[in-house]
Design a protein around this ligand. Structure first.
Ligand SMILES: [Zn+2]
Length: 296
């Protein structure tokens, strides 16, 4: 089985014409070890998403601004991309600085690996669990080959899976002979992904998460990575090796709202446009993002 979803997948808060009210979250106060779950659970969730007639918002917005962080109730400082990415010539929100991911129901991030095969960090601050379907590195070639065959895809770039906007189900991956894990990330838990790991994320309900890419000091864009071109992203400049050329001085991790661009000489590659107001649900109150951290 294979599901292609054009609804309930992530979009930019800046693209919404109306103010968005953050949904009420269920705060979980216990920190537990991340656990594996049965592939059947994720399969059922995918079916629910597919059959859901309602399209729930799933939004991203900048997490590197103190004002936005306070507005959603997250801690003052967020996830760090490592000193190297803070020195990258161009600031790329969501990659060299963090993004918030606000889900209003059962929503999904379609199959992809990270830009330039960077590792990534994701924390579910509060709300419902995120279910991760992660392709084992040993199955990477068979996964890519199977996706290309299934879609008849011959795009040359390294992000061809992401561009297909697809949600492969566990049963289909099994039929392809792809080895994978399914894990549940509860609120307060952090998921770290190695470089070049394909994954799908299903939000099982309303939640607020934060994610970023990071790089170790020895990292440089790999020679075998094939960059996207203008044809991949209409109206947007693709991310290139040039963006990761290092400057001497790192940019700040978090900035004041009044300073719209932390690196005035470096144009933004993503997240353009002004942000509509973000309304906090009265039921959540200030600081709900901290409740999920628990006492253990
Ligand atoms: Zn591309």
């Amino acid at each position: 089985m294979f599901i292609i979803s054009h609804k309930n997948t992530v979009q930019k808060l800046a693209d919404l014409p109306e103010p968005f009210e953050i949904p009420a979250f269920l705060a979980i106060t216990e920190l537990l070890k991340i656990r594996k779950i049965r592939p059947r659970t994720l399969e059922n969730l995918l079916l629910q998403l597919y059959q859901d007639s309602q399209a729930h918002p799933y939004l991203t917005t900048f997490a590197h601004k103190y004002g936005t962080r306070a507005n959603v109730g997250a801690p003052e400082e967020g996830l760090h991309p490592g000193e190297l990415l803070l020195r990258a010539r161009n600031h790329i929100p969501g990659i060299t600085s963090a993004y918030f991911y606000i889900s209003a129901g059962i929503t999904a991030t379609t199959a992809h690996c990270e830009d330039f095969h960077l590792p990534s960090i994701n924390i579910d601050w509060v709300g419902a669990s995120k279910m991760w379907l992660v392709v084992r590195p040993s199955s990477l070639p068979i996964f890519e080959r199977s996706v290309r065959t299934y879609f008849g895809c011959n795009r040359p770039c390294s992000q061809f899976v992401r561009h297909l906007n697809c949600l492969p189900s566990p049963s289909l991956l099994k039929a392809w002979g792809v080895d994978f894990e399914v894990v549940e990330q509860k609120a307060g838990q952090l998921v770290v992904l190695d470089p070049y790991v394909y994954h799908v994320v299903i939000n099982s309900g309303p939640s607020l998460a934060e994610a970023i890419n990071f790089a170790f000091p020895s990292w440089s864009p790999h020679l075998t990575y094939t960059e996207c071109t203008q044809r991949c992203h209409s109206g947007q400049s693709p991310i290139t090796r040039d963006d990761f050329v290092l400057e001497d001085k790192p940019r700040p991790l978090t900035i004041d709202e009044s300073n719209e661009d932390p690196t005035p000489l470096a144009p933004l590659k993503k997240g353009k446009g002004s942000q509509p107001p973000l309304r906090r649900s009265k039921r959540n109150g200030v600081g709900f993002g901290l409740q999920c951290m628990g006492k253990s």
